[in-house]
Design a protein around this ligand. Structure first.
Ligand SMILES: Nc1ncnc2c1ncn2[C@@H]1O[C@H](COP(=O)(O)OP(=O)(O)O)[C@@H](O)[C@H]1O
Ligand SMILES: O=P(O)(O)OC[C@H](O)CO
Length: 515
């Protein structure tokens, strides 16, 4: 278990406090915040990544729930507080990761299928032929891709013996990790509430973006029974109360997908404000106001957040599947570095990439291409290239992928980014942040509290229970911690970007229909 940024509650007065749970792709964490949005305590625990076949990624949801309980107890005890000091709990989570469980026993029927998993490639192609790509984009704001939850549910119904009959009888519940955590927190088999929030529901391919309810026609065409589905609620309201444990009786008062939570934590409350989060993957979201904006350049239209009965706020999103996980791959699968931080030292030992470009299309390519048939390549290899050049190419891959998203965002929204707000684990890498600023030709800024995902969930929960009065009070908490400005010559930037785009083309069409 890791324990970072931990301070005692006494240095932040006597509270009260808000706790946030972030159920992420690699770990679960709980952070306690004070009224100024400062971190009081943190506890975090990683869970196993299960890779049963190439392209398949699963999590054990029971292990995740045990870890969630442990980190909540850890963060509360490190803060030296009790349930009385905690006014609400907020939930944020890895999105799209899909779980079905038995309503009566609380047992998962299968491991959770993780957002990165590509097992539904062929199913998506079949649905595209039978139902049509445009239909999904129009109603849900999303392209038909293995990334989203709907096809994963259908795969489980088709592949776990007897499951469809149990689902049709109403014995099975579906949830993304928000629903699983909330259901368990609020009592599980003893009356747990089965809900999701509108941001998480907007990632299923099953929610109509205009009505903000499940779309019956789409459910019929993917062949998913409505009896499985949770009720869709706003992102900030009291769903129920914690049934037992260290926080028994505390209201569970927010849920947002982690990227939307980061948008909220970065206080992007005005149209045109954007943030980019650098974790396992990278996700750039721009607030587009009260109406969904269609994308014609490969971005997703999604719900940004909805506070109680207020109008929903929409966002355009550019999703990149592999950024921090490429650094993990260099460490765990290749053994070229011993820690994620070491990639900066290795990459800094050379001036440039030595002509190498690494396109990590491990789960196909997400935005702006949405190509399930792509797979990773390292292009431009010669005998000159060393592991240090590859390390540099790994960092540049994150920067150029972001540049492609920013270009698409400008085309779709008409908004030129004057600066990019960043957060997430990779932003501790200075070389990467400088490379990003160079690739974008724009300043990159990081706030004082880099844990914006948990902060956003805490903010939404705090608004729901009146701990903070309004979003203006939250804006006042945002403080700049670091800024990087562009240093690269324009002609070098143009040449490098062109080479990157050429390398991207080399990834496509690797997987053929019959595979
Ligand atoms: N100094 C660093 N340089 C590059 N990548 C890093 C560095 N530190 C952490 N990472 C990457 O950041 C990711 C962890 O960030 P985090 O925001 O905790 O991710 P998540 O919320 O997706 O689990 C890991 O994939 C790790 O490889
Ligand atoms: O858990 P993270 O931070 O890797 O985020 C995953 C995203 O929500 C996937 O859409």
């Amino acid at each position: 278990m890791t324990d970072t940024h931990t301070t005692s509650a006494s240095s932040h007065g006597q509270g009260p406090f808000i706790a946030a749970i972030d159920q992420g792709t690699t770990s679960s964490r709980c952070i306690v915040f004070d009224r100024d949005g400062r971190i009081v305590s943190v506890d975090q625990k990683e869970h196993e990544q299960i890779f049963p076949k190439p392209g398949w990624v699963e999590h054990d949801a029971t292990e995740i729930w045990e870890n969630v309980k442990e980190v909540v107890a850890g963060a509360i005890s490190k803060a030296g507080i009790t349930a009385i000091d905690v006014k609400a709990i907020g939930i944020t989570n890895q999105r799209e990761t899909t779980l079905l469980w038995d309503r009566k026993t609380g047992e998962p029927v299968h491991n959770a299928i993780v957002w990165q998993d590509t097992r539904t490639d062929a199913l998506c192609r079949e649905l595209g032929r039978n139902v049509g790509q445009d239909r999904f984009r129009r109603e849900t704001g999303l392209p038909l891709a293995s990334y989203f939850a709907g096809p994963k549910i259908r795969w489980l119904l088709d592949n776990v013996e007897g499951l469809r009959e149990r689902a049709e009888a109403g014995d099975i519940l579906f949830g993304t990790m928000d629903s699983w955590v909330i259901w368990n927190l609020t009592g599980g088999v003893n009356g747990g509430v089965h809900v999701t929030d509108v941001t998480n529901a907007s990632r299923t391919l099953l929610m109509n973006l205009h009505t903000l309810d499940w779309d019956e026609k789409i459910l019929t065409s993917i062949d998913i029974p409505a009896a499985l589905l949770p009720r869709i609620r706003s992102s900030a309201e009291v769903y129920g109360h914690t049934a037992e444990g260290i926080l028994a009786g505390v209201p569970v008062a927010s849920a947002l997908g982690d990227q939307q939570a980061a948008l909220f934590g970065q206080t992007c409350y005005a149209e045109g404000e954007a943030k980019s989060t650098y974790g396992t993957g990278t996700f750039l979201l721009m607030n587009t106001g009260e109406k969904p904006v269609n994308s014609y350049n490969g971005l997703l239209t999604t719900v940004g957040y909805r506070i109680g009965d207020e109008k929903p706020v929409y966002a355009l999103e550019g999703s990149i599947a592999v950024t921090g996980s490429l650094v993990q791959w260099m460490r765990d699968q290749m053994g070229l570095i011993n820690s994620a931080a070491e990639i900066e030292t290795l990459a800094s030992s050379v001036e440039d990439n030595g002509g190498a470009y690494f396109v990590p299309a491990f789960s196909g390519l997400f935005a702006p291409y949405w190509r399930d048939d792509a797979r990773g390549v390292i292009a431009g290899l010669t005998r000159y290239v060393t592991k240090a050049h590859i390390a540099r190419a790994v960092l540049e891959a994150t920067a150029w992928q972001t540049r492609e998203i920013v270009d698409a965002m400008t085309k779709d929204s008409g908004v030129e980014l004057t600066a990019l707000k960043v957060d997430g684990g990779m932003t501790s890498n200075n070389l990467l942040m400088q490379t990003l600023s160079d690739a974008l030709d724009a300043p990159v800024v990081r706030p004082m509290v880099a844990e914006t995902t948990c902060l956003g969930a805490a903010y939404a929960a705090g608004l729901a229970v009146g701990f903070w009065p309004d979003t203006d009070a939250l804006r006042a908490n945002w403080r700049r911690a670091a800024e990087w400005t562009p240093r690269m010559d324009a002609d070098v930037r143009d040449r490098e970007y062109k080479s990157w785009l050429k390398a991207v083309q080399r990834t496509m069409g690797w997987i053929e229909d019959e595979e």
